[in-house]
Design a protein around this ligand. Structure first.
Ligand code: PLP
Length: 447
């Protein structure tokens, strides 16, 4: 029995995997990974896979990055963890200062947690609580756009709109207002801004109608990732910031997936030239090393909670591993590398290489749309190109892509029929070109 087979057998007896129908593994391989180097993962039998999805969008600077490894190891010898209530430590202080320098202006207060979903829960609770502390408890609802995804905990699911994850739990979820998303699937780039302008009308109407009961609007800036890599332009965010201010509603940007360079700028919000009241970050924050998330917010929010204890206005939310020093050290190393290696600038050439490698896929009869924002390319397979008719989800075309890519040595994990590339930024232009050829092959096999 191969080493892969031995580990897989043990795994399937003991591990229940996320986002997985375990019965699929009666016929699908489980891939036991022994080690990672740069963009490559290697299994126990020595086969290598290009990690084209950055291991769920977290790994931006490569696996086993020497600088991040060194910083985490050094931190390990100093302090592995300490309670963050009443106590603090150097990495969390330095990280908070650095994030405040890098984020859109005015977000000077960092509240930490350990997953993206937890950051969303915090932003929702904080906004709800902010209005209570301001004497406006009736402002307790949330507004979002369709097709969003913000995580799997109940609050995060409530403001999400991907039926695959939300439908089963509907009875447990908050009553959230949703308006049609401005996504530009199938539209040429030059029409994106006009489309988004038109699509702002329902958002404006919902804000006007519900302002008195709304705490905040929440959305993913520029790319709705788990909803199918649906993209829209910055103008929508500019209008949204202005309208939220006009209607007295707070704004939450979920940059958990798009933060740290994915859209071509360090934060997607930069492209709109606006900042939110709450900025949620996680995933690439630690270079994909360790679980850490943060909600960054303003003086105005912080001050609404700052009072004598007896007045019971404090934000008493907590998680055991809040602001873990090892994770903060990984984040500091990651941010130092962004600066040293000029990652945002270097990515421009890689983003252009991704555009070149994906362009030929547009001509395939079963490809309805190829879209790109920064370091994300999405290729949408369709049953009928003229009408953009999707494949029935039961046909699991994406799974066929996944299987073929795996056999050829790549980790591609489509969202339904949407294949996407979201590789670590250390990918080379040759590897990007290969990914283009491999994707063409996968589409042939799957359609
Ligand atoms: N928000 C967005 C935009 C995400 O893409 C995700 C995860 O994919 C989350 C929140 C939830 O993050 P986590 O999986 O760390 O809970």
């Amino acid at each position: 029995m191969s080493l892969n087979a031995q580990w897989t057998e043990r795994d399937l007896r003991a591990v229940w995997h996320p986002c997985t129908q375990m019965k699929d593994h009666e016929r699908l391989p489980m891939v036991p990974i022994r080690r990672g180097r740069g963009v490559w993962l290697e299994d126990f039998d020595g086969k290598r896979y290009l990690d084209a999805v950055s291991s769920w969008w977290v790994n931006v600077l490569g696996h086993a990055n020497p600088e991040i490894n060194a910083r985490v190891k050094a931190q390990l010898d100093e302090l592995e963890h300490v309670i963050l209530s009443g106590f603090t430590h150097r990495p969390v202080i330095e990280l908070s200062e650095r994030l405040a320098e890098l984020a859109p202006p005015g977000l000077g207060h960092c509240f930490y947690a350990d997953s993206g979903s937890a950051a969303i829960e915090i932003a929702l609770k904080m906004s709800f609580h902010y209005w209570r502390n301001c004497g406006r408890p009736e402002k307790r609802r949330f507004l979002t756009i369709t097709n969003g995804y913000h995580g799997e905990t109940l609050g995060a699911l409530s403001v999400s709109d991907v039926g695959l994850y939300t439908d089963t739990y509907r009875a447990l979820l908050l009553d959230v207002i949703k308006v049609p998303a401005p996504d530009c699937v199938g539209l040429p780039r030059e029409q994106w801004e006009t489309h988004a302008e038109t699509m702002f009308a329902p958002m404006e109407a919902a804000l006007a109608e519900h302002a008195d009961e709304l705490a905040a609007v929440i959305l993913e800036p520029l790319i709705q990732c788990a909803g199918g890599m649906r993209m829209y332009p910055p103008g929508y965010l500019r209008r949204l910031r202005e309208a939220c201010d006009r209607h007295g509603v707070q704004l939450i940007f979920d940059e958990i997936a798009v933060g740290f360079g994915r859209t071509g700028t360090l934060f997607a919000a930069e492209q709109a030239g606006v900042g939110p009241d709450y900025l949620c970050l996680s995933k690439a924050l630690t270079g994909g090393y360790l679980p850490l998330s943060v909600v960054m917010t303003t003086d105005q929010v912080f001050d609404a909670f700052y009072d004598d204890y007896e007045r019971m206005r404090a934000f008493l939310h907590s998680h055991s591993y809040t602001g873990n020093p090892l994770a903060c050290a990984a984040a500091l190393a990651t941010l130092a590398l962004f600066e040293r290696d000029q990652v945002i600038e270097t990515n421009r050439a890689k983003s252009a290489a991704m555009a070149r490698a994906s362009a030929p896929l547009r001509d395939h009869p079963q490809v309805g749309d190829v879209r790109q924002t920064g370091m994300v390319v999405a290729i949408e397979m369709v049953a009928d190109k003229a009408t953009m008719t999707p494949y029935p989800w039961q046909e699991r075309r994406g799974l066929k892509v996944f299987q073929h890519a795996l056999s050829r040595g790549a980790l591609l994990r489509p969202l339904g029929s949407v294949i996407y590339w979201m590789p670590p930024y250390v990918i080379s232009e040759e590897e990007i070109a290969w990914l283009g050829e491999l994707t063409a092959e996968c589409i042939e096999v799957a359609t």
